[in-house]
Design a protein. Structure first.
Length: 238
């Protein structure tokens, strides 16, 4: 294999690796993880480094995420071997080529990487790819709007900080002030913040009444929160 073919192959593998990273990041976001946490965990899983952080508890606490993590790691192992093999092939091919071919050949992967990052910065391209993946995920997971949405923010010990987006109000909490619901006494769930109509999140008070569209930041047992608010994991940015 000549140096140009080897470099083109290496650039193509890098491009596929980036696509897989974005794809698995999307899938983790669909389970309710924020994009920053999702991307970090995907890179950690694919490269086999950094997954021993405290944030890994977010992955291990969900059966759905554990299954997705296993698939991500398998892809990572396969592609890591492929990338190392392609890189060795590039080194061997360049050692057998002339100096001018080496310089020109190096511009191929550098140009490919620059093109990838340029495309990532174009909002229209990014939005098109994300919308396409979202439609595919909607079909695959048969997502329904009858459930409220859950976004897992962080863990504190065995408890969770969760954001719940109210697409509907559970019957037991309709038109009732927070103090009248006995939510904390009955379930151990603490409602900390309420974000309404895109405004700045405000502390919840005893006279707070839930409304459709509210984003509640709550603290408590994750499964209890999902059950209490009739919520399921959904795409993190919905």
């Amino acid at each position: 294999m000549n140096v140009y073919a080897a470099l083109l192959l290496f650039s193509f593998i890098i491009l596929i690796y980036w696509v897989i990273t974005e794809l698995f990041t999307f899938f983790f976001r669909f389970t309710g993880l924020p994009v920053e946490k999702a991307r970090f965990q995907v890179i950690s899983l694919l490269t086999g480094t950094g997954f021993t952080t405290r944030e890994s508890e977010i992955i291990l606490a969900s059966r759905r995420r554990r299954r997705l993590a296993r698939v991500t790691m398998l892809f990572g192992y396969a592609f890591n071997v492929t990338i190392v093999s392609a890189f060795i092939n590039v080194i061997i091919s360049m050692s057998d080529s002339q100096a001018e071919h080496r310089i020109v050949g190096l511009l191929i992967p550098l140009g490919t990487v620059a093109l990838i990052f340029a495309c990532m910065r174009v909002p229209a391209i990014h939005a098109w790819g994300e919308n396409m993946l979202r439609r595919l995920a909607d079909r695959a997971f048969d997502r329904k709007e009858t459930f409220n949405a859950v976004l897992l923010v962080d863990y504190i010990g065995s408890e969770s900080i969760v954001q719940v987006t109210l697409r509907h109000i559970p019957e037991e909490y309709k038109e009732k002030a927070l103090a009248e619901t006995n939510l904390r006494a009955d379930t151990g769930i603490l409602v900390m913040l309420v974000e309404r109509n895109g405004s700045k999140p405000m502390p919840a008070h005893a006279d707070t009444v839930f409304e459709v569209g509210d984003k509640l930041t709550v603290f408590g047992n994750y499964k209890t929160i999902c059950k209490t608010f009739h919520a399921r994991e959904h795409f993190a940015d919905d």
